[in-house]
Design a protein around this ligand. Structure first.
Ligand code: AQP
Length: 347
């Protein structure tokens, strides 16, 4: 009998490396929430990825719980879908090793995120940072996930995951066919990069990505910021001297203006055109006031709920434990079949 994979499944992850910010929220988490209605979803706190750069062990635990709290507070339902932390399902690391042997060094050498994160001191970067994209491919393919909502910065890693799946399917075509799989064993996962804020930029530099690891807290809005802090950061956000244009064409060459308009559009669940219809020719001070109000309305309730959830870490750990058990139930047979296909003997 031929076996086929027909079901769609969504997988995505967030690193517990510090405060979640507006970029993570608009580029990833809001998409996670929206996809719940139509798909089976797994949302993972990727702690194995986090340690590719040294993490203080106590902070890592705190941040893992905080990302979990952010998922729940943003509207992900851990009873209908799966929320778990990566290190509780050992299949991620096992499949990543197999993919280390499938992916080519030349492919990894092209990854821009490694170049950016390793910087000039490449010799001193961890080996884990270099093979990070292979682990990411394993995260997705361990569940035969078909769709992966991510921000624009992860596009290249998703393309690599597709290349790994394709090469595995080709390399092991004979044993895959013998196992009865039609059309390859691993699906080629589709990136879902949609909406007006797939790449939210720093509030102080419209050419730099908003990031958890930026030294200055003024560059980002954190999900746990209060209304006054949000207003202060937006008031101080870099802009240019011109008023806002009335059409999107006028945003070209104005990265800071484009970023703030994109953030407004994403928070208001509309597009840049509609924002500029309302704010075209307005001064930045007027626009920033409305943006601060909108951002606080959307984010402060999430931050408040996160703080409430963080007051009970045992409850958060129960969510992760339950999620890990349900993730295991999907991953274990896929990993076992992968081992058969590769030629490992298992008892
Ligand atoms: N600025 C951003 N705009 C839109 N989406 C973003 N994402 C990250 N930054 C932006 C998306 O958020 C998801 C989780 O990201 P991550 O935790 O895996 O780490 P990252 O991409 O490396 O994000 P950071 O904040 O920049 O972390 P650090 O500073 O630790 O490197 C992903 O889907 C990502 O695309």
């Amino acid at each position: 009998m031929q076996k086929t994979r027909t079901k769609t499944r969504v997988f995505s992850g967030v690193q517990p490396t510090g405060n979640l910010h507006l970029g993570n929220y608009l580029g990833a988490v809001t998409r996670f929430v929206a996809l719940q209605a139509e798909h089976d979803c797994l949302y993972c706190v990727v702690d194995l990825h986090a340690i590719t750069v040294f993490q203080d062990p106590d902070e890592l635990k705190y941040n893992t719980r905080e990302v979990t709290a952010a998922f729940i507070a943003s509207g992900i339902d851990p009873t209908r879908h799966i929320i778990f932390n990566q290190s509780q399902v050992s299949g991620h690391a096992e499949l990543a090793w197999i993919f280390n042997c499938v992916a080519r060094v030349g492919w990894l050498n092209r990854m821009t995120q490694f170049k950016e994160k390793a910087g000039k001191d490449r010799e001193n970067a961890s080996a884990g940072l270099y093979v990070y994209p292979n682990l990411m491919a394993a995260d997705i393919l361990l569940y035969h996930a078909t769709h992966v909502p991510v921000g624009e910065d992860q596009k290249q890693h998703l393309e690599l995951a597709r290349d790994i799946a394709q090469k595995f399917n080709n390399d092991f075509a004979r044993t895959i066919a013998r196992a009865g799989y039609d059309g390859g064993f691993f699906p080629l996962p589709e990136p879902l990069i949609t909406g007006p804020a797939t790449r939210v930029m720093s509030l102080r530099d419209g050419l730099k990505k908003m990031s958890k690891s930026d030294e200055s807290d003024m560059t980002r809005i954190n999900l746990t910021d209060d209304a006054d802090t949000i207003a202060k950061k937006i008031r101080k956000a870099k802009t240019d001297p011109e008023p806002l244009p009335s059409e999107t064409k006028g945003l070209e060459g104005r990265p800071e203006a484009d970023n703030l308009v994109g953030i407004y559009a994403a928070l208001a669940e509309t597009d840049r055109e509609a924002v500029l219809r309302d704010f075209g020719n307005a001064s930045f001070s007027k626009f920033k006031e409305s943006l601060a109000e909108l951002a606080a309305t959307r984010l402060v309730p999430i931050g408040t709920e996160m703080k409430r959830l963080m007051a009970d870490p045992v409850e958060i750990d129960c969510v992760l434990d339950d999620g890990a058990k349900r993730a295991h139930a999907i991953a274990d047979p896929i990993l076992a079949m992968t081992k058969d296909i590769v030629g490992f003997i298992r008892s």
